[in-house]
Ligand binder design. Structure first.
Ligand code: ZN
Length: 160
């Protein structure tokens, strides 16, 4: 198990656009394992590579004991709307209300570099949107309705 340092808001790396992953290498597999370890250690349900300082288009998500790797993800369909509290491991101790699509369909590569299509609703849809935005250098705080709030135990993406 290898934990990586989670970058926090203010770190310039979180504002950069990440590069597509072109080749599956042992280094990429190690990064994915470390991202899962780091996410679970921090009680998160999603983590994007730039949050551990790597500017590659890789996301890991686990919203319901269903670990998922999305490499070079592309959201190809969205519908509906949901409004709820959202947080981010890179913005510790804060949360805010964000409106997102209630359904998303995403095309990506899995960790074996096979193309997959993933559909998500509710929390999973929220997590996919949130993590994909990290890959383009955006944080959810840009989308918060009203003010960011202090959350004492920094619950990540708690449903309303
Ligand atoms: Zn985040």
């Amino acid at each position: 198990m290898a934990l990586r340092n989670i970058r926090v808001m203010g770190d310039e790396i979180l504002t950069k656009v990440c590069r597509p992953v072109k080749e599956n290498t042992p280094k990429i597999q190690q990064l994915i394992d470390d991202m899962f370890d780091t996410m679970y250690d921090a009680y998160g349900v999603g983590l994007a590579a730039p949050q551990v300082g790597i500017l590659k288009r890789i996301v890991v998500i686990d919203t319901d004991d269903n670990p998922m790797v999305l490499i070079n993800p592309e959201i190809i369909e969205t519908s509906g709307e949901q409004t709820g509290q959202e947080g981010c491991l890179s913005v510790p101790g804060k949360s805010g209300e964000v409106t997102r699509p209630n359904y998303v369909k995403v095309r990506a590569l899995d960790r074996d570099f096979h193309e997959i299509i993933v559909e998500g609703e509710e929390l999973l849809a929220r997590a996919i949107c949130h993590e994909c935005e990290h890959l383009d250098g955006h944080l959810y705080v840009e989308k918060v309705n009203g003010e960011l709030m202090d959350t004492p135990d920094s619950d990540y993406m708690e449903e309303e």
